[in-house]
Design a protein around this ligand. Structure first.
Ligand code: MSK
Length: 642
C-alpha cells in the first residue's frame, strides 16, 4: 500500500487539509489518496512513447534509446510523441468546441422562442453581429440573435473558407502566419475529424506536420470553443461586471439547503440559481433557512462572474465539498467531473445529478437538460435538493469556518469601463502608458487547474506572487483563479504582494471602479474565458500596430491536469505568447518534439518561437518558472523598444 501524503503536503489550504483528515477518518477515499496510490507511473506513457493506435500494439519505445527504436509499423519515437500530444490536443479542442456548439444551439432556440432564456446583453449581441458582418438593418433582436447563432453553428459545418469566429476575432498579424502555414481551421468538427484521421495508424508520420496539427487544435479550441462561448454566453447571460463573492469550503451554510453546481456550461446552472430563488419559501417548509448555491470549477466561475455566487472548490478538492455532510445535491454538466464524487456521495445523503446525455455517472441520478425544457430540469433539481435536506445527518456535518472575500467580473469591457474614466477616447491608453513607462512590467495570465498529484494552490499562488512583486499585472481564469481568490489576491489585502508601481496603479484605477483598489489578480472568468486575455492583448496590439507576439505578455499554467489547458496554451503560443506549464507535458521521449516546443527562435531547426513568437516553458519549480517568465517579458520589452 502506497504511503499517503500528509494533509499539509496535499494542499496549502488549511480547510482542505482539515476536510481531508475528516474524509480519511471516515474511511472515505478521495483523489488525493488515489494520486498517492497510483504514484508509480508508466515510464513509457509519461514520455509519450506508448502507442495504442492499432491492434499491432501497444508498442512501447524505451525512453533512453535502448531496445526497439520503432513500433511494428515503423513509427519512431518522434512520431509516437507527436501523435500522443496531438491526441491530447484533440481531447482539449473537442471539449471546448462542444461547449461552444451547445451554447450556440441554445442561443438559436432562444432566438426562435423555443427556449426559456432572454437576451440579457443586447449591446454585446449587436457588437458581435457587427463583427461578423451580419445584416442588422430593420431586424428585431431575436432575428439578429438567430443570425449570430447560425453564424456560430456554421463554424461546425462549413467546408471551405475560414471559421467565422477567426475572421471576426483573430488578430490579422497572427492570421498571416497561420494562413501561410496552411493551419487556419475551416470548421471545428472537420478539423477534429481530420486530426483523428491523421493520428490513426497509417496516417501522418511527420512529427513536425503532426505538431502543426496540434496548433490547429489550439486554434479550434480558441475560436470555436473559447471566443465563441464567451461571446454567446455574454449575449445570453450578460457581460461580466465587477462583482463581489466569497471563496472557500466555508461558503456552505449548515442552516440552508446547499446545492453545488459543477462543470463548465452555465446554461442549466443559471436556471438553477433562478429556481432556487423561486422555491426559497418551499425550503422554509422543510426547516431550512434558504437555498444556498455554491460553485465548483468553471460552472462556479461562470456564476460568480455574473451573479456573485460563492465558490466552494476548485478541481482537485471537489469531493471534499461532499465530505462536509451539508450538501444536498451536486449538479454536474460537462468536463472536470471526477467519477469519484459518486463513491463519496454514497457515504452521505448527497445526490449527484448528471444533466447531459453524454456525461453520466453510474449510480447517479440523471435529470436531462435540453434548452427547451431548462425550467423543468432546474425546478426538478432544486425540488430534489429540498427533499434531500430531511435526509441530512447532522452528526456528519463538518463545515470549516470562514471564507475570503474577493472581487471578480473583469471582462475586457469592465476593464475598459474603468480605464475610460481616465481616457474616454482611448480607454486602453492608461494601460499602454503603464506598460511603456514600466509601471506594469508585463502582463501574465495565470490560468488552468489544480491537480491532485500536485500540492494544491502552491504553484498557482507562488507564480502569481513572484510576478506581482515584480510589477507584473495578473489576469486569471479557471481553477487558478480559485487559488488566487482563496489566498487573498482578489481583495485589497493582496496589494501587499505587489511591487510599488503596480500597487500605485491598482489604487489609482480602483478609485474609478468604486473600490479602494483593483485587486492584484483580475478574475476574467472560466476556462472558455481565456478568450478575454487574448482579446485584451489583441486590442493593445492593434493600438500599438504590432503583433501580439511583440507584447510583454506571458501565460502560466502551474498546476494543470487537463488536456484543455494544453490546447489553451497552444492557442496562446500560436499568437506568440510564451506559456509556462508546471506539470510534465509528457513529451520527453522525443528530442525533436521537445526542442520544437521549447526551443528559442535562435536555435537550429523549426521551433514554435521561430514560427509564432511564443514558446513552451516547462518548469516544475514555481519560483524558477516566474524568473524565466520575467526574462521572457524583458526580452519582449526590449524588442518593443521600451
Ligand atoms: S475547471 S480544466 S480543472 S481550470 Fe475549467 Fe479547472 Fe482546469 Fe477543469
Amino acid at each position: 500500500m502506497a504511503k499517503l501524503r500528509e494533509p499539509e503536503e496535499v494542499s496549502m489550504d488549511t480547510q482542505i487539509q482539515h476536510m481531508l483528515t475528516v474524509a480519511r477518518s471516515r474511511g472515505i477515499e478521495t483523489a488525493f489518496d488515489r494520486a498517492d496510490q497510483t504514484s508509480a507511473r508508466c515510464p513509457f506513457g509519461s514520455a509519450g512513447l506508448c502507442c495504442r493506435s492499432c491492434l499491432e500494439g501497444p508498442c512501447r519505445i524505451v525512453p533512453n534509446g535502448s531496445g526497439p527504436r520503432r513500433g511494428v509499423c515503423g513509427a519512431d519515437a518522434d512520431t509516437l510523441v507527436a501523435r500522443s500530444l496531438l491526441n491530447t490536443m484533440i481531447q482539449g479542442a473537442s471539449g471546448h468546441a462542444e461547449h461552444g456548439r451547445e451554447v450556440a444551439a441554445a442561443l438559436l432556440k432562444t432566438a426562435e422562442g423555443k427556449a426559456p432564456y432572454v437576451i440579457r446583453d443586447v449591446g454585446k449581441l449587436m457588437q458581435v453581429a457587427k463583427g461578423l458582418n451580419l445584416e442588422m438593418e430593420g431586424k428585431s433582436i431575436n432575428e439578429v440573435a438567430k443570425a449570430v447563432a447560425l453564424a456560430a453553428l456554421e463554424d461546425f459545418q462549413k467546408h471551405e473558407g475560414v471559421m467565422n469566429w477567426i475572421e471576426y476575432r483573430g488578430h490579422h498579424k497572427s492570421r498571416e502566419i497561420w494562413d501561410k502555414l496552411g493551419i487556419t481551421p475551416v470548421n471545428a468538427h472537420l478539423e477534429i475529424a481530420k486530426a483523428v484521421t491523421r493520428n490513426a495508424m497509417g496516417g501522418d508520420a511527420d512529427p513536425l506536420n503532426l505538431l502543426l496539427g496540434s496548433v490547429t487544435m489550439g486554434l479550434v479550441d480558441g475560436y470555436s470553443g473559447l471566443h465563441l462561448s464567451s461571446d454567446l454566453q455574454d449575449i445570453l447571460f450578460g457581460t461580466p461586471k465587477a462583482v463581489k463573492f466569497n471563496y472557500s469550503l466555508g461558503v456552505l451554510d449548515e442552516k440552508q439547503i446547499n446545492i453545488a453546481v459543477h462543470g463548465h456550461i452555465p446554461l442549466l446552472s443559471e436556471k438553477i440559481v433562478e429556481w432556487a430563488q423561486i422555491l426559497e419559501r418551499k425550503a422554509l417548509t422543510v426547516g431550512a433557512e434558504g437555498i444556498n448555491i455554491v460553485g465548483v470549477c468553471c460552472t462556479g466561475n461562470e456564476l460568480l462572474m455574473r451573479q456573485g455566487v460563492h465558490a466552494a472548490s476548485s478541481f482537485s478538492s471537489q469531493e471534499l465539498v461532499i465530505v462536509t455532510g451539508a450538501l444536498e445535491a451536486m449538479v454536474v454538466d460537462i468536463q472536470c467531473i471526477m467519477p469519484g464524487i459518486q463513491q463519496v456521495a454514497e457515504c452521505y445523503h448527497t445526490e449527484i445529478i448528471t444533466t447531459m446525455p453524454h456525461v453520466k455517472i453510474a449510480g447517479a441520478t440523471h435529470v436531462n437538460f435540453e434548452p427547451e425544457y431548462a425550467d423543468d430540469a432546474a425546478r426538478e433539481i432544486v425540488e430534489r435538493a429540498i427533499r434531500n435536506f430531511a435526509k441530512r445527518d447532522p452528526a456528519k456535518v463538518v463545515i470549516p469556518g470562514g471564507s475570503v472575500e474577493a472581487h471578480a467580473g473583469f471582462s475586457v469591457e469592465q476593464i475598459c469601463e474603468v480605464t475610460a474614466k481616465i481616457n474616454a477616447d482611448k480607454p486602453l491608453q492608461p494601460l499602454i502608458d503603464a506598460i511603456k513607462n514600466g509601471a506594469i512590467r508585463g502582463v501574465a495570465a495565470v490560468i488552468g487547474c489544480t491537480n491532485p498529484r500536485e500540492p494544491q494552490d502552491i504553484g498557482n499562488v507562488t507564480v502569481a506572487r513572484e510576478l506581482l512583486k515584480n510589477n507584473v499585472l495578473i489576469v486569471t481564469t479557471g481553477c487558478a483563479a480559485h487559488s488566487l481568490a482563496k489566498f487573498g489576491l482578489m481583495n485589497e489585502g493582496g496589494l501587499e504582494a505587489c511591487g510599488d508601481s503596480l500597487k500605485a496603479l491598482l489604487r489609482q484605477l480602483g478609485q474609478h471602479a468604486g473600490l479602494s483598489a483593483l485587486p492584484p489578480a483580475l478574475h476574467m472568468g472560466s476556462c472558455v474565458d481565456n478568450s478575454r486575455p487574448l482579446d485584451l492583448l489583441s486590442a493593445i496590439a492593434d493600438e500599438l500596430d504590432v503583433p501580439i507576439s511583440s507584447l510583454p505578455a506571458v501565460g502560466s499554467c502551474p498546476e494543470t491536469h487537463s488536456p484543455k489547458a494544453l490546447t489553451i496554451g497552444t492557442y496562446f503560443m500560436a499568437h506568440g505568447v510564451d506559456v509556462h506549464v508546471g506539470v510534465d507535458p509528457q513529451v520527453s521521449g522525443s528530442n525533436l518534439v521537445t526542442r520544437t516546443l521549447t526551443g528559442s527562435r535562435e536555435d537550429k531547426g523549426i521551433t514554435m518561437d521561430g514560427l509564432f513568437g511564443g514558446k513552451l516553458i516547462v518548469e516544475i519549480d514555481p519560483v524558477k518558472a516566474a524568473a524565466v517568465l520575467l526574462e521572457r517579458i524583458d526580452i519582449k520589452r526590449r524588442t518593443l523598444g521600451i
